[in-house]
Structure formats: structure tokens, C-alpha cells
Write a protein that binds this ligand. Structure first.
Ligand code: PLP
Length: 442
């Protein structure tokens, strides 16, 4: 029986049989898994040896309501017993998917009113890209195919999503699809320039995360998205907001774009919609896009996943959103986000190696510098070492080291309280001190 295996046996089985996603394969082969998790409750995960960790990243920025909620287990059980699966292809439907589509439409800003379901964020972004091209095809502008996105963006690993991703390592892996272009991260002028250069009549859509997540929690200038919206309108280009991380409360609003009161033409969602209890994602379409699709698509819409609108996933997501609302977790995110930022700023004052703390809600980051006045980084990146030290002390956080960055990122569950934030800051401080004590700080 598997549960009688010792940790050593599990490590060997893992090395031999489990190719890990987005992983350092050599490290995995040499050392096996760093942690084998066993259970989770609240903001904590526990490993096989009973060691507890604060999950300062909500796993992959997704477990918004925290771990181990019995209500979600109960909802999944009931739904599996009643209707474990049925198709939503063609004109088949079922209650949980209908109710969730309606609920998301109510929550989404502006005229974002119709949902196409997927199993996760990559499929959501691929679907948005394909729906954008379909939109232009049926509007008899088939030459509008190009997708513009941003450097440092992460949109997932399906072929279109990975091509829109602005981190080149992801294309070097399997090749970049044609007709994808990447511009500087926070310059709306660059968007205008590339549209002019390529010709607006060849461009289908611009895709952007409200706040870049995996790229290092990069917050745009105040007017950036307003300008983006105006440029897209001026050139008649669809604007797709990737709310996979920022959706469902993470930034202290239901959706990230609400910070700038900008309404995209399509919005992609995943992660927090189900807090990771079940895989789910989707594209929320504006009335403008939906009207063209419903009026002009002849015959079949040739796009759909077996698990588009899975009954168990949609039922669990409805319950998850219910909890988010009933427990006022978005308000808590705003309050605890301020606590977290205050804690990071205090650390910045105390530790010469820290700079540029930033957060929007519970999406936060801080830079590690050799010389923060000159914004000079250490030759060897410190953030990955700090992350390892923090894990030893019971805190999981993430290092971002693309390009110049040497960044620590935090995105704890939205249920976190003040005492737990203080604990995060304390562990981080210890880990930073231990790692950087022998470094030459200038
Ligand atoms: N978009 C963003 C902003 C993400 O951060 C991610 C995943 O981290 C994705 C898309 C891809 O989502 P998934 O991993 O569910 O396919």
C-alpha cells in the first residue's frame, strides 16, 4: 500500500516516475522533491514529517480562501453524487455551470456578461486568443491575427498562451508561434508604436495582466491602463485582461482592472475562482464580443474542452465565491495588504539590502540590492537562497530572478490575520539576515 511507503521510498518513486511541471529536472533527479506535503489547513501546509509551513504564496497564487475548507469538500461530494459529469458541448447544459456563469457575470465589471469555461489559466488565454481571431474572421477582417503582449508577462504554457508570455525561456523550450509580439512592460507609447509599425488592420488583440505576477509583481503607472484602453479603442483592437492571478479578491478588489476602472473586451480567469480546490478557468466576454459571436458564427463554434464547465468544478467555485463574499475576504485583503506592506517597509528601513517594497492587496514584492541607492544587485542572486532559508523556518515564498530582478514575492491566502503577517515578516527578516550576512553590502 502506498501510504505505508517511507519518505525515502516516496522520494525514489518521485525521481523515477514523476516529471515535475516547471521544474529544474537535474535538481529533481539529484535531490528528489524538496518537500512532500501531506495536508493543509487555513494558511498552513504540513509535510510528511509534521513540519508546518505558512504558505506565503497560496501555493501558485491560487488558494485564496485557504486550505481544508470542509464546505468545499461537502459541495464536491454532493455534486459528485448528484451529477458527477455531463457535457456542455453543443446545447447540453447543467445547473452549476449556468449558475456560475451568471454569478461571474454579476461580479465582473461593465458589460462582461458571458463566460466560456476552461480547466485553467493557460486554456483560458488560448481561448481568448482564438476567440479574438474568430471575432475578426466573422467580422470579415481575417487579416487581424497578431497578438501583442508584454515582456515579463506570464500567460501560461498552452501554445498561444506561451507565445503571449513575455519570458523568452518559455519559447526557447518549444518555439514561439508566429504573429506574437512583445512590448515593454509599462509603456503605452510602445503599444501605439507597434500598432503603427505593424498596421492596426493586422492586429487582433492586446493582452495584459493588470499587475504582472510571475514577472515580479510589477504595478503599472496610474494612467497606463486608461491609455491602453484608449489606444485599443482608437485602433479598434480587442483588449484582453489576464485576471488569472488578480481575479477574485487578490488585489483587494474583485478584479484587478477595477483599480483603474478600465473594462476590457475579454477577461481571463482561473486560480482564485475555485481557490485551487478543483481545476477551473474561463474567458468572460463583453457584450460587444459576445454579440458578434452569437450573431455571426455560422454553424459550430469549433472550440471547447471536455471539461469546459465541469459540474463539480463549477459547483465548488460557486461555494468558493460564496465564502469570499460572506467572510468579507476582499476587505480583509485590503486591511492585511496594508499590514504586509507596512511590515516590508519597516524591514526595508532595518535591512540595507532591501528596497522597493510594493503591494496591491495581498500581492507583494520586495527587491534585494547590494546598493539600493544605485539599484545595484548582487552578482549572485540572493532571492533564491533567501527563499530556501525561509522554507527551513516555515515560510514558503517565491524568488523572481528573470533579467536583472532579484525579487522576493508574497501572495498569502486572503484569510490571513495580523499575527500571521507579523510571523511572515519575522521569518523573512531572519532568512535575509542569514543569507546576506557574509555579503559585501555597499
Ligand atoms: N495567467 C497568469 C497571469 C498566470 O499567473 C498563470 C499561471 O500562473 C496563467 C495565466 C496560467 O494558468 P494555468 O497554470 O492555470 O494554466
Amino acid at each position: 500500500m502506498l501510504n505505508e511507503k517511507t519518505e525515502i521510498e516516496l522520494i525514489e518513486m518521485d525521481k523515477e516516475h514523476f516529471l515535475h511541471p516547471t521544474s529544474n529536472v537535474k535538481e529533481q533527479q539529484e535531490n528528489g522533491p524538496a518537500i512532500i506535503f501531506k495536508s493543509g489547513e487555513g494558511i498552513y501546509l504540513e509535510d510528511l514529517n509534521g513540519k508546518k509551513y505558512i504558505e506565503g504564496m497560496s501555493s501558485l497564487w491560487n488558494v485564496n480562501i485557504g486550505y481544508g475548507r470542509k464546505e468545499l469538500a461537502e459541495t464536491a461530494k454532493q455534486q459528485i453524487e448528484e451529477l458527477s459529469f455531463s457535457s456542455t458541448f453543443s446545447t447540453y447544459s447543467h445547473k452549476p455551470a449556468i449558475k456560475l456563469a451568471r454569478k461571474i457575470s454579476e461580479l465582473a465589471p461593465g458589460d462582461l456578461n458571458t463566460v466560456f469555461f476552461t480547466s485553467g489559466g493557460s486554456e483560458a488565454n488560448d481561448s481568448a486568443i482564438k476567440l479574438a481571431r474568430h471575432y475578426w474572421n466573422i467580422k470579415e477582417q481575417p487579416e487581424r491575427r497578431k497578438i501583442i503582449s508584454r515582456k515579463k508577462a506570464y500567460h501560461g504554457v498552452a501554445m498561444g498562451a506561451t507565445s503571449a508570455t513575455g519570458i523568452p525561456e518559455f519559447w526557447e523550450f518549444a518555439g514561439l508561434s508566429p504573429e506574437f509580439y512583445h512590448i515593454e512592460t509599462t509603456s503605452s507609447d510602445e503599444l501605439k508604436n507597434i500598432i503603427e509599425e505593424e498596421g492596426p488592420e493586422t492586429i487582433a488583440a492586446f493582452m495584459a495582466e493588470p499587475i504582472l505576477g510571475a514577472g515580479g509583481v510589477i504595478v503599472p503607472p496610474e494612467n497606463y491602463f486608461k491609455e491602453v484602453r484608449d489606444i485599443c479603442d482608437q485602433y479598434n483592437i480587442l483588449f484582453i485582461a489576464d485576471e488569472v492571478i488578480t481575479g477574485f479578491g487578490r488585489t483587494g478588489k474583485m478584479f484587478g482592472m477595477e483599480h483603474w476602472k478600465v473594462i476590457p473586451d475579454m477577461m481571463t480567469i482561473a486560480k482564485g475562482v475555485s481557490s485551487g480546490y478543483v481545476p477551473l478557468g474561463g474567458v468572460v466576454l463583453s457584450e460587444k464580443v459576445h454579440k458578434v459571436i452569437k450573431d455571426k458564427t455560422e454553424g459550430t463554434l469549433f472550440h471547447g474542452y471536455t471539461y469546459s464547465g465541469h459540474p463539480v468544478a463549477t459547483a465548488v467555485a460557486l461555494k468558493n465565491i460564496d465564502i469570499l463574499e460572506k467572510e468579507s475576504l476582499i476587505e480583509n485583503t485590503r486591511d492585511m495588504g496594508r499590514e504586509l506592506l507596512t511590515g516590508l517597509e519597516k524591514l526595508e528601513e532595518d535591512l540595507t539590502v532591501l528596497g522597493e517594497s510594493r503591494s496591491v492587496g495581498l500581492l507583494a514584492a520586495v527587491e534585494i540590492y547590494k546598493n539600493k541607492e544605485k539599484k545595484e544587485h548582487f552578482d549572485n542572486k540572493q532571492a533564491p537562497l533567501i527563499v530556501k532559508e525561509a522554507a527551513k523556518r516555515g515560510l514558503i515564498c517565491r524568488a523572481v530572478t528573470y533579467d536583472e530582478a532579484d525579487t522576493i514575492v508574497l501572495a498569502p491566502p486572503l484569510i490571513i490575520n495580523k499575527k500571521q503577517i507579523v510571523k511572515i515578516i519575522t521569518i523573512l527578516e531572519e532568512a535575509i539576515k542569514v543569507v546576506t550576512k557574509n555579503q559585501n553590502v555597499s
